[in-house]
Design a protein around this ligand. Structure first.
Ligand code: SER
Length: 401
């Protein structure tokens, strides 16, 4: 099942069950939201989840682009992405959690053809504040899906304060041999779809207050779903990544983790640029800068003449199409500008550091001086120092040989 059909199957399933299709928002969350980027489909809907009536009614479905910096260290494996799309459904005070789980099960089995014996659920098993989520536990038992109760893993919140509640996550089996454990002990269970019972709101003083009945927020990671439906072992082998993996692999002869990180970060950067963000030293622009610099660091490790300017238009155009974004028109200028800036910063950094005779660790004053006087950010100085140390080691072992 390809990208388009996977999306339509989801939205049509919920439309047939009375949900109104709303257009996903940009990566920039609404004012007052505590996060830098939209990390899940509920962000643009927060005010409706906490009680304001939504103009399109109490049942909604959508597709939302998301960015998670919390997963950055894991990007490069086969399932984590920086920017991804989330398919979501909402009950704004309408139907209860078990109904949502029944529909989730039905869509996975009948709409997407996933055999129920590949499914496992987890539910909130209770903690000192809130008791176990018995409704969803019963639902999974009725449906014959094995269920594992947990504590922290099945409590969803958007930050220190705001709407929150117990959730139930649906995992799918991706291993070739039988499982040796449950979702919390065998990583071949891949999390697919989270159903959050947004039952509470946490206030500034830490107290938890009921939000009202039947407020549900569900999110299904589109790229992971494609991986399962297309029978791949990696999100990077799915149709959405095909133009990236092919063009980046051909152009720069990368493979493995380097290829995956480069494809993820470039595609993510394109979407971030498409939402109007430009590289800078703070906030969202800084996240974009870090993504691009990480790509350039990988590319220049083997060949410092590599340039983002050589990237063909195909993956960029297809990404805007998949994320329903208009082309802002200056993507190449942004890439070129950041590349030039980083190149000259590296050049200056190497020159400044080579003048320092000492191998002593740098002090806070040193970092401040290098930053304030030479514009060299701390992490760049750290990278350049390790680069220099590695060259020393290579040279001195060469001397001995
Ligand atoms: N908010 C939930 C999540 O991020 C479901 O959309 O998983």
């Amino acid at each position: 099942m390809d990208f388009d059909r996977t999306v339509t199957t989801f939205t049509e399933f919920f439309r047939e069950r009375g949900h109104h299709l709303v257009v996903g928002d940009s990566l920039i969350p609404p004012p007052g939201d505590p996060v830098l980027f939209t990390t899940s489909g509920m962000h643009p809907l927060t005010r409706y989840l906490v009680g304001e009536p939504h103009p399109s009614g109490r049942r909604l479905v959508n597709r939302q682009r998301c960015l998670r910096t919390t997963d950055l260290d894991e990007v490069g494996d086969h399932t984590h992405l920086t920017v991804f799309q989330m398919l979501g459904s909402w009950s704004l005070g309408d139907y209860p959690g078990p109904q949502s789980l029944h529909w989730g099960f039905e869509l996975l089995r009948d709409g997407y053809g996933i055999s129920p014996d590949r499914l496992h659920a987890t539910v909130f098993g209770g903690n000192d504040e809130v008791g176990p989520d018995t409704g969803p536990i019963r639902t999974w038992e009725e449906l014959g899906v094995p269920v594992e109760p947990t504590r922290d893993e099945n409590w969803w919140s958007n930050g220190e304060t705001g709407p929150c509640g117990p959730d139930s996550e649906i995992f799918v089996w991706t291993g070739e041999s039988p499982p040796t454990g449950t979702p919390t002990s065998d990583p071949r269970w891949v999390e697919l779809w989270n159903h959050v019972m947004m039952r509470y709101r946490r206030h500034d003083d830490g107290s938890l207050h009921p939000l009202g009945p039947n407020r549900l927020d569900t999110g299904l990671g589109l790229e992971r779903l494609l991986m399962v439906l297309q029978g791949k072992r990696s999100v990077f082998d799915c149709d959405v990544f095909e133009p990236w993996v092919r063009t980046v692999g051909d152009l720069w002869d990368l493979d493995g983790t380097s290829l995956r990180v480069t494809c993820d970060h470039l595609r993510s950067s394109i979407v971030v640029i498409g939402d109007g963000i430009r590289p800078s030293n703070t906030g969202r622009g800084y996240v974009l800068r870090r993504l691009l610099r990480r790509v350039l660091t990988i590319l220049w490790r083997d060949d410092p003449t590599r340039s983002l300017i050589d990237l063909p238009s195909e993956p960029i155009d297809r990404t805007f199409h998949q994320f329903l974004q208009p082309d802002p028109g200056d993507v190449r200028d942004v890439l070129r500008g950041e590349e030039e800036r980083f190149r000259s910063l590296l050049h200056r950094g190497r020159r400044v550091l080579s003048r320092r005779r000492t191998d002593e660790p740098l002090t806070e004053d040193d970092y401040r001086y290098l930053h304030d006087t030479h514009g060299l950010p701390r992490e760049l100085v750290i990278d350049l120092r390790s680069e220099r140390d590695a060259t020393h080691v290579r040279n001195s072992s060469g001397d001995r040989a």
